[in-house]
Design a protein around this ligand. Sequence first.
Ligand code: SF4
Length: 456
Amino acid sequence: MQENQEKFIEKVKEKNKNKKLKYSILTMGCQLNENDSEKIAGMLTKMGYSEIDDYKKADLVVFNTCCVRENAEERLFGKLGEIKKIKESKNLILAIGGCMMQEKNMLEKIKKSYPFVNVIFGTHTMQNLPEDIYNAIVKNEKVKDVIDIDGEIYEGLPIKRNSKYRASVTIMYGCNNFCSYCIVPYVRGRERSRKPERILEEVEELAKEGYKEITLLGQNVNSYKGNEKIKNFAELLNAVCKIEGIERVNFISPHPKDFTDDVINAIANNSKISRIIHLPLQSGNTKVLNEMNRKYTKEQYLNLAEKIKNKVEGVVLSTDIIVGFPGETDEEFEDTLDVVKKVNFEQIFMFIYSKREGTVAAKREDQVPEEIKHKRFEKLKELYESRVDENNEKYINTIQKLLIEDKSKNNDKMFEGRTQTNKVVIFEPNDTNEIGDIVSVKITEAHKWYLKGEII
Ligand code: SF4
């Protein structure tokens, strides 16, 4: 397979010789999609294309789609309309891939209504992109390369990363959980874990290249299954933390039902692991949680949050919440607010429930009216925002370790970095500070969406 990929990379490269062609990738969706896009960029770079931000000026455009939220479809159709006009005036190759292409209805719609798309590829066939592009540009074929079965894990894809200091490493693909609102298990297939040796090799390589921060990615990272040497997610975390040069380790997303004591201990015992833990709640009501197929109750969630806070010093929690799940009543929604008050999350990713065709929840007739969903969303947002100031003020006079990420967007004399709890901190650097360094800063001011600090 790898030989075939390399053969077609060379063929396209030969075809593109001296043409100075440009590519642009538009990524929609989660960090897993971002990581896939880095691999697509790696393949395209090897094929002789160079990157350009403005896709209107590119010779090859890739849309890496997501189907988790309804507005992703609208966004894709909007972009397709724009690209159609550009395609009428120049020779441009358009490839669409990602989760949305694994949905039969969407695939049919794209084929029927957007015949100008040159290549359609799925989540299990991304590695074939060089061959698909070759067939599109040389044989002028319309390529459809989507399979339903869970793809094997394909190692060794070239990769062009977006940052020099922070890198994502996918540890597993797919999901077995079938939460009743979620399309992911249908489009990404069943859980498949990468071999721990391959993951550790990748992280070691990144450490050698100077990367400081690693984010381990998967739909459900804490159900990772290794082998006899590194059996599970807790052991993988411990092994990654031992790699010299890696200073920070994050992971996303864990599932509360699989958050074992081993994982909590691994976090508590490794100061390299992020002190913000993402613990997706979705709803605070046990009946709704049951209908969502989340496999925990309100009380179990609260106990877990308490246990993590007690065992891991300095930890804060972030979460995902869906408002307006079918059948959710005002009283049931109040339970969500109750959990938010009790846990005091530092970050909440809030979503208004939207139907995903093909899921169990989409078939329900007791959908919550849009107006009520929006009212609940506003109420949740208000509650969350009312806590932000107090949560930020707790940082004043504390010493925080930051990874310097960039110059401040509003003042290029200042640098910005993130704490181990993912807070943005702006500070004036000294002469030796450079982007990518880890530094200690004393927090002096708290603002709504950032902190200010002084280097010490
Ligand atoms: S755990 Fe649930 S929400 Fe997360 S990807 Fe799997 S099915 Fe979707």
